[in-house]
Design a binder for this molecule. Structure first.
Ligand code: 8X3
Length: 254
């Protein structure tokens, strides 16, 4: 039987890197995509260069995405699984104070990057009648919270886009899943969100036990490893230490 091939975007750290390790440990061939070449090189060395290779890629450039996937198909012959993991949040300001550049960046990486990769691989997967796309959503796509504004909006897009892909792909054997984690520690998510302000990052994770990248990677692997007739549409996961707040009402002063 031929080796399964997974392509992971945003693979240089956090959930992407943990997923690379999880799939490699199960005997998959892993292709890493990200912007930071030095990190990708390190990860390749760590996992083992016979199992893993990488391409430097900014997913927000459609020509670069198309060129990179063309190279992958030429070299590898096939992609069994695409994990659309690249994404992130930029800032946590209330909407009325947010930078428009942060919103644009958020839309660019979380939506454009994801649809560019998806649009590029889908025709190949449908032609083979085989393949799986796993998109990284977030609890922010379902539950609003102060400061999430556009980040919550793009993750709601990822959730609904994933379900809509299922509608279009009905009648094919191509699978689509959306994984929606809550608080995940051990990633650069908050460091990016707070522009490197480590004291703010510390406040988010201090004295709590968040999910770890390996927990999310295990969930992604679970979806991929199920028999081909099973499609996980959506999985939402949170640490036990996280739950919902009540709706808030402001009382006027008497
Ligand atoms: C990250 C989860 O809760 O920090 O997507 O928005 S959360």
């Amino acid at each position: 039987m031929s080796q399964n091939i997974v392509v992971i975007t945003g693979a240089s750290s956090g959930i992407g890197a943990a997923s690379a390790k999880r799939f490699a440990s199960a005997g998959w061939r892993v292709i890493l995509l990200a912007r930071r070449k030095d990190r990708l090189q390190e990860l390749c060395k760590e996992i083992g260069e016979s199992t893993v290779s990488f391409y430097e890629l900014d997913v927000t450039s459609l020509p670069a995405v198309e060129e990179t996937f063309a190279k992958i198909y030429e070299t590898e012959g096939n992609i069994d699984l695409l994990v659309n993991n690249a994404g992130g949040a930029f800032g946590l300001s209330p909407a009325q104070k947010a930078d428009i550049e942060d919103w644009e960046k958020c839309i660019d990486v979380n939506i454009n990057g994801l649809i560019y990769c998806t649009h590029t691989v889908l025709p190949f997967m449908v032609a083979k009648n085989k393949g799986h796309i796993i998109n990284m959503g977030s609890v922010a796509g379902t539950y609003p919270y102060p400061g999430a504004n556009v980040y919550g909006g793009v993750k709601a897009f990822v959730q609904q886009f994933s379900l809509n892909l299922r509608s279009d792909l009905l009648g094919t054997a191509v699978r689509v899943s959306c994984i929606e984690p809550g608080l995940v520690g051990g990633t650069e998510f908050s460091l990016v969100r707070f522009r490197g302000d480590t004291s703010k990052v510390k406040q988010v994770y201090d004295n709590t036990e968040p999910l770890l990248p390996a927990d999310v990677a295990e969930t992604i692997f679970f979806c991929a490893a199920l028999p081909p007739h099973v499609n996980i549409n959506t999985i939402e996961l949170m640490p036990v230490s996280q739950a919902f707040s009540p709706l808030t009402v402001i009382k006027s002063h008497a």
